[in-house]
Design a protein around this ligand. Sequence first.
Ligand code: C2E
Ligand code: MG
Ligand code: MG
Ligand code: MG
Length: 285
Amino acid sequence: ESKRARRGGYHFYSSRMNAAIGARFELAQELREAMDRQEFHLLYQPKVAVSSGRIIGAEALIRWASPGRGVVSPGRFIPIIDEIGLGVRLGAWVIDAACAQMAAWDAQGQAPIPVSVNVSAAQFHSGEIVTQVRQALAKYSLDAHRLELEILESMAVGDSANANATLSALRAIGVGIALDDFGTGYSSLVYLTQVPANVLKIDRGFIVNLLPDARQQAIVERIISLAKVLHYTVVAEGVEERGQSTLLAAMGCDVFQGNLFSKPVRAEEFVALLQAPPFVTSIDG
Ligand code: C2E
Ligand code: MG
Ligand code: MG
Ligand code: MG
């Protein structure tokens, strides 16, 4: 009886595992096809200057419009893309598409809009990122200062000599480097003095808990003041409430990004936001 139950349990576990592996395999196969069928597109989320309420840039965020699954978010498919060896190729596409969009906005007569793109771990460590950036900037005749790359702490910490060489090469071209999801990694604040980056994005997790938690306020306040001493531009991501923006403005935050201002939108909608009056960034501003 107990032997049978154990065997049954093993059987159950094993078939569940097979199902999970099968589902992942299927997703991987669909992603390979998605590359060739061009099922990816970018959305743009405004970055708003705290001082003026004006849009000073955009973060490009990828979406996969899958014929079978609907719109899939990058949190689900980017890790698999990297795992199956497509990170470099998709990363090149993202940089190219973001640069193409900047050039298209320029051609429409918009004031130059800077765009930041996210970089996957595989793309960053491939060593091809510098070439990808150079090629895209040249192809669309863009000033390097228009482009910013968002990287995670974890990418720069592991293999810090190589990572810093890559980041320094990108900074030398003139491209901006933002530390995304800052505060979620394990590195100390000393990291900020060593990594060649110029923008710090405070992770949404801190912002969510800002109002109810005085300890979070103390942490965020100190991150912001240290970052300012080190000449970083400080971006708060995931700002959803007026109370958060008012507090962050008082703490000296430079830039807001979040659904309080706008969720990520299509390029055409982004242009409409540029034409609208400035946002209110704090209660007295
Ligand atoms: P991230 O770079 O930290 O991007 C911010 C995420 O927060 C985005 O999710 C954005 O839609 C979401 N967000 C912005 N404001 C708010 C808010 O007020 N409330 C809430 N709840 N969420 C907000 P998304 O677009 O699903 O992207 C998730 C992650 O996927 C990104 O995190 C980034 O790490 C990665 N990713 C996105 N696009 C790309 C890409 O083109 N390439 C690579 N390699 N990774 C990407
Ligand atoms: Mg990002
Ligand atoms: Mg982030
Ligand atoms: Mg994130």
